[in-house]
Design a protein around this ligand. Structure first.
Ligand code: ASP
Length: 308
């Protein structure tokens, strides 16, 4: 096996084309391409899919343009609580963190949970203590602050409304994720998010839930989702793509189409997902106006897109 493939996303939602200036579009695309380049370097070198997805997601977490790590949205209490997960398709090992604060790269903490604990998902203060113990980089609150997100939160604070970071006309950032196939034939997926603006304290979305927002299995595919988390949890969206392939024999493209366009919409499941199968086929699909996304294969040609 010598082929490899990588896809990334930076969130899906209702992105108004008329508000997307060329400069803005360039900033998002540059960040997506940088993430692809980091992951591609790992894969081209014969590295593991898990290393590639972690490397790609870290770039997007470090970019204030996306709702993950730096630039995460505010919860109802005006704080940043982040969720992340990753999974390896070769042995179905997974790690995840939920409701963590002050962790610079939640995806790396999720990996530590996978590799240095007997658990899959650790939340809140327990995860913070775990981060401290494993010397994961921490940052003060100011690091995560973004003026744009703050104003977005101000519009909803004190109400019961919670929303997708990018669901308003001019709000167009989002959760991040990556999926990869490496030269060894192994698959991996990772997802990281600040969740939804004005979410309740300690609300947990789909991103850190294995099977909902993230799933990888060498028998079928690797998947990372973005969208209305509650719906993706109810649809067990990422695992459903796997199940349609493994049990029903659907192709990756067909399985993704069924989940994104048939199963999620009746559950108010606005959003999309990226997926890769064991042959290196990539599918990046969504049921809303846009999804920040990009992909690259063994040919080293980087593709990025926002709208359909
Ligand atoms: N799925 C994320 C959540 O519900 C939000 C997003 O994709 O932007 O937490």
């Amino acid at each position: 096996m010598s082929t490899f493939a990588l896809a990334v996303h930076g969130g899906a939602g209702t992105i108004a084309r008329e508000l997307m200036t060329p400069a803005r579009e360039k900033a998002y695309r540059d960040a997506l391409e940088l993430a692809l380049r980091r992951g591609h370097a790992v894969l081209a070198d014969g590295g593991a899919a898990l290393d590639a997805v972690e490397a790609a997601v870290r770039v997007l977490e470090d970019s204030p343009h996306f709702n993950a790590g730096r630039g995460s949205v505010f919860n109802a209490d005006g704080q940043h609580e982040m969720d992340a997960s990753l999974m390896r398709g070769s042995d179905l090992r997974a790690g995840a963190v939920a409701g963590v604060q002050n962790v610079k790269n939640p995806v790396t903490l999720a990996r530590k949970v996978m590799e240095h604990s007997n658990h899959v998902l650790i939340s809140g203060l327990g995860a913070f203590e775990f981060a401290h113990k494993h010397k994961v980089e921490l940052e003060d609150d100011q690091y995560f602050f973004d003026q744009f997100r703050y104003e977005q939160w101000k519009e909803t604070v004190g109400t019961d409304v919670y929303k997708l970071d990018h669901s308003d006309k001019e709000k167009m950032f989002g959760t991040v994720g990556a999926v990869a196939l490496d030269r060894n034939g192994d698959l991996a997926a990772a997802t990281s998010t600040g969740g939804m603006t004005n979410k309740r304290w300690q609300r947990i979305g789909d991103s850190p839930i294995i099977g909902a927002g993230t799933y990888a299995n060498n028998a079928s595919c690797a998947v990372s989702c973005t969208g209305h988390g509650e719906s993706f949890i109810r649809a067990v969206a990422a695992h459903d793509v796997h199940a349609l392939m493994a049990y029903k024999g659907l192709s990756l493209e067909e399985a993704v189409r069924v989940v994104v366009h048939e199963k999620l919409p009746p559950l108010d499941g606005d959003g999309g997902l990226i997926a890769v199968d064991g042959a290196g086929h990539l599918v990046l699909d969504f049921n809303c106006t846009g999804m920040y996304r990009g992909h690259v294969g063994a040919d080293g040609v980087f593709h990025t897109a926002i709208f359909r």
